[in-house]
Design a binder for this molecule. Structure first.
Ligand code: ZN
Ligand code: ZN
Ligand code: ZN
Length: 721
């Protein structure tokens, strides 16, 4: 008996070799019919004996490695008596689109790249259905070659044959190209290698933007890069050609190895092995950021150079990474001696992702725009604009969200412009036209200001509420939970700056039940750069002498800060845990100032990691005073005191959470990027029989806020329906 069944398959099913896989599957079962992309879904119809159709249906349970099936709807349709199975033209539609993230070269492509007998030997732009650029080249939906920046490269006959051969791994690979027909480098790779060997700085056009590269072992080259890029101390990422080479730079366990080799090829923070690369690569840090090649071009570069390269974003200081060729040619010669470009345009800028082995810290290239399932259904299509410091918005419709790539600091005009452009681009790519916007409660937040001008329904969500909801959304967990949100700063709504908060509740409603004792934030933003200001405030709070600070900064400076703190303007009270780390870094003589966000806390963590379990200081609820008192009286080494400070906060977190009587405890906010604090707090919670919920795939910092904002909106929709 013949039957014909229609399948509508949703999820990550475009740009990952899904249609070719369906074709091979159906043809192998002698089924007729077709497969086609229909805006975000794959539409399949198969016709044949009932038994074969059933086998086809079962095989869908094991899709190709990069595909993610989220839903399959099937229904019987009229038998047509069709012959053969074909890949049909893509159709336009209104459902959400799923464009895949950029994928690093797969093992098969890498093997070809280094095989002298292959026609793509040393071709820097080879790819297949399992790898290559996706999001960064997509100009519009659906994902087909004509809708990418590959549209201008006509396939040669050899490539065309591969494209049309169902048995070939490049069957319907939209990025398919070869040296005869595809993109080309603008200068021989040897020139770049020679320049790098001479200690010069080379700008390299990567997948989502330009990088700046130099010899990581050369102190002179790295120092020169710091000067020209105007980046004082913020660590540079490194790139090496293989996992074995990465093992010479940092300690790599199984989780780290899996991250390094994942198709996303993120920068992985590894405990540093000393003395391999120049000290100025990551001064004062206990870890190194290492990645493996994310494109074939980078693979060739690393193989030919043969030792670690600094691979940092192609920009000056805090500007967004350059991605347009005109822009790169204008800006990068100030930093780079040589530009290694090519003629495949980048349509969207996308920075490298940054992860710790068990936690995503920056979700960008290789991860965005993988869809995320929301814990509740949205009643209207919604845009959540996130926060200012680590710009990233999310678009949601029904039960799904798309969190965009990392956009940088939206207070920078270029980054803000990129934000506005990306909002439009993602709306078109994913066919979501928002009818409502969710933004931060902060009246001056640039994304919130923009949101107010859009003429759509507006929902404002408190900063830490969004942090907590982001973690809950990731775990698809429901309240009531206890939640600890520790970060740098978030607008509280009560005239104070929050950042050391204890909550109870869920996505829909969250009650603030405690916070670290607050002190003035003297001089606003200046207080976050000059850690010693917070040290003075915490000493004053504890009723201790400030000699230790006055000895370094001068007694008059200490008095001046006290005057600012006592004034009515520019000294709001803050419970920020981030600023508490800054204060302690100054009190321990580790850092009186910092040149980038989180630097002082990272130094403290590096020191504390060198000390073993050392006990903790006495605690009185969420009072900071007793911790500071004991810290100042402690005569142990800086390492041990730093460790005891970490342990004290971990115990404070566990005690406060346990008090609330909820089984699940959310740990969220940028301060929980601190692996030592997070690990110790989670272990203490587990020892009490509680379940810590920590961020894994969504950043604990402000990069995850937009998802949390969407989750809050969805939870309110669910409650009111
Ligand atoms: Zn491949
Ligand atoms: Zn070709
Ligand atoms: Zn935050």
């Amino acid at each position: 008996m013949l039957e014909r069944v229609e399948f509508q398959i949703s999820g990550v099913v475009q740009g990952v070799g899904f249609r070719p896989w369906i074709h091979t599957l159906a043809a192998g079962l002698s089924l007729s019919g077709f497969v086609r992309n229909v805006a975000g879904r794959v539409h399949v119809e198969v016709e044949g004996p009932a038994e074969q159709v059933a086998r086809f249906s079962r095989a869908l349970e094991q899709p190709p490695p990069l595909a993610r099936i989220e839903g399959v709807h099937c229904q019987p349709v009229t038998v047509r008596g069709e012959r053969g199975f074909r890949i049909a033209e893509s159709a336009e539609g209104s459902a959400a689109i799923a464009v895949a993230p950029d994928l690093a070269p797969c093992a098969d492509c890498l093997a070809e790249l280094f095989d002298p007998l292959d026609r793509r030997y040393r071709y820097p732009f080879l790819s297949c259905t399992q790898c290559g650029p996706r999001l960064t080249i997509a100009t519009r939906a659906p994902y087909d070659r004509v809708n990418t920046t590959m549209a201008g490269f006509a396939m040669c006959s050899a490539c065309r044959a591969e494209y049309e051969d169902p048995q070939d791994r490049r069957f319907h690979a939209q990025t398919l190209a070869c040296p005869a027909c595809g993109p080309q480098l603008e200068l021989p790779l040897e020139h770049a290698i020679a320049a790098l060997r001479e200690g010069k700085i080379v700008a390299v056009k990567g997948a989502g933007g330009w990088h700046l590269a130099c010899d990581a072992r050369s102190e002179a080259a790295v120092t020169c890069l710091r000067q020209r890029k105007r980046r004082e101390e913020k660590p540079f990422a490194l790139m090496v050609g293989s996992l074995d080479a990465a093992r010479t730079l940092g300690a790599i366990d199984d989780a780290a190895a899996a991250q390094l080799q994942s198709p996303a090829r993120p920068i992985v923070l590894l405990p540093a092995l000393q003395g391999v690369v120049a000290a100025s690569v990551a001064p004062g840090m206990g870890s190194l950021g290492v990645m493996l090649p994310s494109t074939p071009l980078h693979a060739l570069l690393c193989a030919d150079f043969g030792s670690p390269l600094v691979m940092t974003s192609g920009n000056l200081s805090d500007e967004p990474i350059a991605y347009r060729d005109e822009d790169a040619r204008e800006r990068l010669p100030a930093v780079a001696d040589l530009l290694l470009g090519h003629d495949r345009p980048i349509h969207i800028r996308c920075d490298d992702s940054v992860v710790r082995p068990s936690q995503v810290l920056r979700r960008s290239r290789g991860h965005a725009p993988l869809p995320i399932a929301l814990p509740f259904e949205l009643s209207t299509p919604t845009l959540a604009v996130g926060g200012a410091l680590k710009g990233s918005f999310a678009l949601g419709a029904e039960g799904r969200a798309v969190l965009c790539h990392h956009l940088g600091d939206l207070d920078q005009p270029d980054a803000f412009e990129a934000f506005v452009a990306a909002v439009g681009h993602y709306q078109r790519l994913f066919r979501i036209a928002p009818e409502r916007i969710v933004a931060d409660l902060h009246p001056d937040d640039p994304a919130a200001v923009w949101a107010r001008g859009q003429g759509l329904e507006l929902l404002l969500v408190q900063h830490h509420h969004a942090h907590v909801a982001s973690c809950l959304a990731e775990h698809r967990a429901e309240g009531p939970v206890a939640a600890i949100a520790f970060d740098g700063a978030g607008f509280g709504g009560d005239g104070t700056v929050w950042g050391g908060e204890v909550f109870k509740g869920g996505c829909g409603a969250l009650e603030r039940v405690g916070s670290l004792s607050a002190v003035p934030l003297p001089g606003g933003d200046r207080a976050s750069r000059e850690c010693w200001r917070m040290a003075v405030m915490r000493l004053d709070e504890a009723g201790l002498r400030t000699d230790v600070i006055a000895a370094r900064m001068g007694a008059s400076a200490v008095e001046a800060v006290r005057a600012v703190a006592a004034g009515a303007v520019n000294a709001p009270l803050t419970s920020s845990a981030g600023r508490l780390f800054d204060a302690v870094a100054s009190l321990l003589g580790v850092a009186d100032e910092q040149t980038f966000e989180g630097q002082a806390a990272m130094r403290l963590e590096a020191l504390a990691s060198r000390a073993g379990e050392s006990g903790h200081y006495p605690l009185e609820g969420t009072e900071v005073r007793p911790i500071i008192g004991a810290l100042m009286a402690d005569r142990a080494s800086t390492e041990v005191r730093s460790r005891r400070f970490h342990s004290s906060l971990a115990h404070l977190v566990a005690l406060e959470a346990a008090r609330l009587g909820c089984e699940k405890v959310v740990l969220t906010g940028g301060v929980f990027q601190n692996a030592l604090l997070q690990g110790e707090a989670a272990a203490l919670l587990e020892a009490r029989g509680l379940v810590p919920l920590v961020h894994r795939k969504i950043p604990p910092n402000d990069g995850g806020l937009a998802l949390g904002q969407l989750a809050v909106a969805a939870a309110r929709d669910a409650r009111s329906s």
